[in-house]
Write a protein that binds this ligand. Structure first.
Ligand SMILES: [Zn+2]
Length: 399
């Protein structure tokens, strides 16, 4: 005779607070109760008593919102004045340790999911699923030209259809979640120019085609007007920066704004910076920022799919927890409503990176990634800086 065994179900965790932003609706839920079983949200209610089989954490006057999702970070860059030099001086073990510290910084700042759009030697792939880190969607080293933008990260491909197809295949075989391709030059790489495309349209098309054959989406780093036009024409799923950079200014042709909106190409707006006394973006950036913001606004009004990313790690004004600063910029400078701005760093961001079914919302079946802040972030986005608690996969993040 066998003795029946009773598997004891673990106790539920119940979070209570004053308000809840669920990641999608503009209206806050009053007196929420979020029930968590292990790593997942199992119920979201309002004004109901706490079930007896749950351990309660009452966060008082706080607002609960989904853990933030940054669509564009670089864990391998340490947000120092010389992130490229620092990375070059590190071996892989040292770089990996620094990436773990970067991830922990993000997590403490409420960023529970990141898309790493450029590491070195595929290091971010090995950090996926690691406890104490945000969830990571990883591109591996960005695909670039010989001597091209971020070539030192190891993603150099011969700039031909054959060359980029081979590079995409290698990324797919290594297990990358997304393909990042450098369609133009960038500020971090001397010798490259933001206003100059790096690949021809035909080569970009081949890269996108190869990625899609492997079930991978492509996002293109695209500053130059020609690079943006080519990325859209090549069928890239998304673009980063989209600054419409020209040699001496910024120029966004109306037809291209229209085309980006019509094609549904995701526009990764690079927003959010931490004010650091004495530190400012370079003058060529400062001069263009008002124009870039106006163009993002035009894209938004044209119906383009705008999403926020920070480029965390690339400079001291871009630490790994900088995403909390993005919604205020989206609201104050682009004119989005606070709720829209919050959606762009939660549900819309999660959807963009392929995790819309698990991340970015507080709803049954979603991962228990939750941020609790003092005050009401819809009324006052600065509340995002008053963090009371962060939960990642149902586990409290040490403060
Ligand atoms: Zn970047």
């Amino acid at each position: 005779m066998t003795t029946p065994t009773v598997t004891e179900r673990g106790r539920l965790t119940a979070l209570r607070a004053a308000w809840l932003f669920d990641g999608t609706s503009s209206a806050l839920v009053r007196d929420p109760l979020v029930l968590i079983d292990g790593g997942a949200i199992v119920a979201v209610d309002s004004g109901v008593p706490t079930p007896e089989d749950a351990d309660v954490t009452d966060l008082g006057g706080a607002t609960l919102l989904p853990g933030l999702v940054d669509t564009h970070v670089h864990l391998a860059f340490d947000a120092s004045p010389d992130p490229v030099g620092h990375l070059a001086s590190q071996n892989d073990d040292e770089a990996r340790d620094a990436m773990i510290r970067a991830g922990q910084t993000a997590l403490r700042g409420g960023v529970t999911t990141v898309r790493d759009l450029g590491d070195r030697d595929y290091l971010s792939l090995g950090l996926r699923g690691r406890p104490g880190m945000p969830a990571i969607v990883a591109a591996g080293p960005p695909i670039t030209t010989p001597g091209g933008h971020c070539h030192y990260l190891g993603g150099v491909a011969e700039p031909t259809a054959k060359g980029v197809r081979a590079a995409v295949r290698e990324h797919a075989e290594r297990g990358a979640d997304v393909i990042k391709i450098m369609a133009s030059g960038g500020t971090l790489t001397p010798g490259t120019h933001q206003h100059v495309p790096q690949f021809t349209l035909g080569v970009l098309r081949a890269a996108v085609d190869e990625a899609h054959r492997h079930g991978l989406k492509v996002t293109a780093h695209a500053h130059a007007v020609g690079a943006i036009a080519d990325a859209v024409a090549a069928g890239a799923d998304g673009m980063e920066h989209v600054s419409f950079w020209t040699e001496d200014s910024v120029d966004a042709p109306p037809y291209l704004i229209r085309l980006i909106a019509d094609r549904g190409t995701v526009v990764g707006a690079t927003v959010g910076l931490v004010p650091v006394p004495g530190l400012k973006p370079p003058p060529e950036v400062i001069a263009r920022v008002p124009l870039m913001i106006a163009n993002l606004r035009r894209l938004y009004e044209a119906g383009a799919r705008l999403v926020a990313g920070t480029d965390a790690g690339i400079a001291p004004i871009k630490p790994h927890d900088v995403l909390r600063y993005s919604p205020a910029m989206l609201h104050g400078e682009l004119g989005l409503s606070p709720a829209e701005a919050l959606r762009m760093v939660t549900s819309a961001a999660a959807e963009t990176i392929g995790l819309g079914h698990r991340k970015g919302r507080i709803a049954p079946g979603f991962d228990a990634d939750i941020l609790a802040v003092d005050g009401d972030p819809v009324a006052d986005l600065a509340a995002l800086h008053r963090i009371r608690a962060v939960y990642a996969g149902g586990t409290t993040v040490p403060r």
